[in-house]
Design a protein around this ligand. Structure first.
Ligand code: ZN
Length: 311
């Protein structure tokens, strides 16, 4: 594929192919069409109606973006280009071009009308998306449909200078109003999870558990794996293969901390999940180092998940 700039190729390799430029070339070339956007738009408008019918069938009337809180309420559907036909986002983001007087930053032609590059979006999500490029839910093989609100990917800068994009979701919790718990770990917020007092990490674990996953809260403060509140439920051991996976990453990072907050698994699938309370927590460098050292083992950025939460 003929990208105008090498950093554009890198951007799309990160977005679609876990940073693998060869994979981008072999598996995603149908997503791109560098002809003039007007031609592409004309072709698209001719088949738009038919395409929409096909997409509604294919995705069983389920919005593939699911980024707006009112997603799907109106059941008004639109076909959406995953890679936009044209955009100036890369010129703005990667090359930091700015608008000069009345002239907008110039756009580049990228996306194709190929059915692979089209997804189903509800009207709400489509307009909420604006100019962002958002990977549809159908891209993620793992069954984590229980997260309703997806937000823009979190970008991590790796030591190689490359970027890793990690999928990110949003959760709102209810505060615990029952009897106080024995140990709040230095005033961590206590959440009411279906009548059980838990910390945010445990609430996320419960959410996964209720959908057939297993896992632990990686309590780096006391260096234990937990499935319940400290001083209420004792720490547990992980199955050996998972213990070895975490141990091997820890050895590569050369430090004891940094493992992401929650580790879940189901069959061969695993996720490391980092939680961030909205406007409160910041990503630690040790967590970035953890991600950095995990990539290139048997894990890719698809095995990582970022959760922003409020209470
Ligand atoms: Zn939607």
């Amino acid at each position: 594929m003929n990208f105008e700039y090498p950093e554009d190729r890198e951007f799309f390799a990160n977005l679609l192919a876990g940073g693998d430029e060869k994979k981008l070339e072999t598996e995603f070339s149908d997503y791109f069409d560098f002809r003039h956007p007007a031609i592409k738009r004309w072709e698209f408008n001719k088949t738009k109606k038919k395409l929409l019918v096909e997409l509604i069938q294919k995705y069983d009337e389920k919005c593939q973006l699911r980024i707006h809180p009112d997603c799907g309420k109106e059941m008004v559907w639109e076909p959406d280009h995953i890679i936009p036909l044209s955009t100036n986002e890369l010129n703005k983001k990667l090359r930091h071009l700015v608008r000069i007087s009345n002239e907008k930053v110039s756009a580049q032609s990228f996306g194709s009308n190929h059915q692979k590059n089209l997804t189903l979006s509800c009207k709400r999500c489509n307009s909420f998306k604006k100019h962002r490029i958002i990977i549809p839910r159908s891209f993620y093989k793992d069954d984590i449909d229980f997260f309703k609100h997806r937000v823009e990917n979190e970008v991590f800068l790796l030591s190689s200078g490359k970027q890793a994009l990690v999928q990110k979701y949003f959760l709102a919790f209810t505060p615990w109003k029952g009897a106080p718990i024995p140990n709040t770990y230095n005033n961590k917020p206590v959440i009411d999870w279906n009548g059980e007092p838990v910390f945010a990490e445990l609430a996320v674990l419960r959410l996964f558990q209720s959908h057939g996953w297993d896992g632990v809260w990686v309590d780096s403060y006391r260096r234990k794996y937990r499935v319940g509140l400290p001083d209420v439920v004792g720490p547990i051991k992980l199955p050996q293969k998972h213990e070895e996976l975490i141990g091997s990453i820890r050895a590569k990072t050369n430090r004891s901390g940094g493992c992401w907050d929650v580790f879940v698994y189901k069959g061969e699938k695993v996720f490391f999940i980092e939680l961030k309370r909205q406007k409160k927590d910041r990503i630690q460098d040790s967590q970035r180092v953890w991600l950095d050292n995990s990539l290139g083992t048997c894990l890719s950025s698809d095995n990582f998940l970022f959760l922003e939460w409020v209470i």
